[in-house]
Design a protein around this ligand. Structure first.
Ligand code: BG6
Length: 487
């Protein structure tokens, strides 16, 4: 596929962690693959920690190269990639410096993309400074999460950015939407006739969505301690996954058809009653423990974290969707750091047969279950009941597996690569629209407020486990349990 969408990709925060680990490696991969980026496309890095282009290129060689491609770096592709890179030294606190940027990009070709890989406090000043030199015209702006701290602060950013850029110029990143398996979820639901008739309250008993991490807060203790798992993972990634799992079939895959359907789900989330919060929400914080044989410290002793911190590193929720398709079906969401395994998956538990002609053993063997493993090892596993060999009619749960890497050995794309190509090519479907973001904040905020008001500390859990026991007790009340299989 040869593209002729020329572009000038301006990267604010050009020496930041995200640029180093994700954005520049993703642009390199797209460049190396050939045909995905127009030959004339340029990358203009903006930073103040390098003196000139030479110093910046040296930084890219030292810091970005190690994050590029599991298969190693192709020397020819790498050197032609570096030729795409220009550099402008700007002090973001000094709006006059933006004249330098205007001069640097004025003769460069194609659509202009401004990627703000900076802290959110800089979003509005950067947008205003871009507008002051006329660079907001016909451009696209990419905003990284976290976009605000709550509904009010996210509205303040969106209002200010919205005065400068129209909604269709704004690309809000949720990198989960760029993951191949999340795309596959759309393919599974809307490309197969098999599942759709069953994808509803009549046949589904409950749904679980888990994003579990083994990692702790790494070098981001300070940021994380002011954020917590609900803001960091639930408000965005988990609610986006939930809306894709639960949405009605869109009439097409164009950006607003998909986003309209996701929005309907977010707006149909049953508001959490503060009096019920203890029954439907569990918050936890990890203590020291052992992960894969290595001792790891407690959250409260991580660098940047307050020793008496009450920030949650684990959340489990019971969510309901108030619409015809899902009324009464519990959706259990769970995420946490320093858990027993790194896994992201969606589990659809189907109802048992209404009448078992096969006798009691059939009922004991359980019911159908579909497990969509997003990472690691993307697979879809369908549990069915089968007769155990031998005499009598004894059933056992067995499974059919679809391992994607057995079918598609090549062509996998990292989330950031897909999303950056979408920005350059003007495809908005995988970016979060403002109304979706607002609906997600509106639903999450009462939980945050209640936790703050109640002043109760999060429940402790040992690192390397699956979180506080209360998370399992919440499911037990509904006669179910979390699916926790070995990778
Ligand atoms: C980020 C969160 O959005 O997602 C991190 O800020 C988290 O705390 C990360 O570790 C998880 O992403 P992934 O792609 O590694 O599952």
């Amino acid at each position: 596929m040869q593209t002729d969408s020329s572009f000038t990709f301006v990267l604010f925060g050009g020496t930041g962690d995200l640029s180093m680990r994700k954005i520049l490696p993703a642009l390199y991969e797209a460049h190396r693959a050939g045909g995905m980026l127009a030959d004339s496309g340029k990358i203009v890095a903006v930073a103040r920690h390098a003196a000139d282009r030479g110093e910046y290129i040296q930084w890219v060689n030292e810091h970005v190269k190690p994050h590029v491609s599991k298969n190693g770096v192709d020397a020819t592709a790498w050197s032609s990639f570096l030729e795409r890179i220009e550099f402008v030294k700007i002090d973001l606190g000094n709006p006059e410096d933006f004249a330098l940027l205007r001069d640097a990009v004025k003769d460069l070709p194609g659509i202009r993309v401004f990627y703000l890989a900076t802290g959110p406090s800089l979003f509005v000043p950067i947008c205003r400074a871009l507008a002051s030199v006329g660079l907001n015209e016909n451009a696209r702006i990419v905003l990284e999460k976290p976009l605000g701290y709550d509904l009010k602060s996210s509205n303040a950013i969106n209002d200010a950015v919205g005065e400068i850029f129209a909604e269709e110029q704004i690309y809000r990143i949720d990198h989960y939407l760029g993951k191949e398996p999340v795309q596959n979820l759309l393919a599974l639901r809307f490309g197969n006739a098999l599942f759709e008739p069953l994808w509803r309250r009549e046949w589904v008993e409950s749904i679980q969505i888990t994003i579990a991490e083994e990692l702790g807060v790494e070098a981001r203790g300070d940021f994380y301690d002011n954020t917590g798992a609900l803001r960091d993972m639930v408000q965005n990634h988990l609610l986006q996954l939930l809306s894709i799992v639960a949405m009605e079939p869109p009439h097409s895959m164009d950006s607003d058809s998909v986003r309209d359907e996701k929005l309907r789900v977010l707006r149909a989330l049953k508001p959490i009653d503060p009096l019920d919060i203890g029954k439907v929400a569990v918050r936890g914080q990890y203590h020291s423990g052992v992960i894969r044989g290595t001792a790891v410290p407690a959250y409260a002793t991580e660098p940047g974290v307050k020793p008496n911190s009450t920030t949650e590193t684990f959340v489990a929720l019971k969510v309901e969707i108030e619409n015809w398709r899902w009324a009464g079906v519990p959706f259990f969401l769970r995420t946490g750091k320093r858990l027993a395994d790194r896994v992201a998956e969606i589990v659809v538990n189907f109802r048992a047969v209404p009448h078992s002609a096969l006798g009691a053993s059939a009922l004991r063997a359980g019911a159908n279950r579909l497990v969509i493993r997003l990472q690691p090892n993307e697979t879809i596993r369908l549990y069915c009941l089968a007769k155990q060999p031998g005499e009598g009619m004894n059933l056992a749960s067995v499974h059919l597996d679809l391992a994607f890497d057995q079918f598609f050995r090549e062509g996998q794309m990292e989330a950031y690569q897909r999303l950056l190509l979408d920005v350059i090519n003007g495809r908005l479907a995988l970016f979060v629209r403002r109304d979706e973001q607002e609906a997600a904040w509106r639903w999450v905020e009462p939980i945050l407020n209640e936790w703050k008001a109640s002043n109760k500390p999060p429940k402790p859990y040992a690192a390397g486990t699956w979180g506080p026991a209360a998370a399992s007790a919440m499911l037990a009340q509904h006669g179910t349990c979390w699916l926790e299989e070995e990778n």
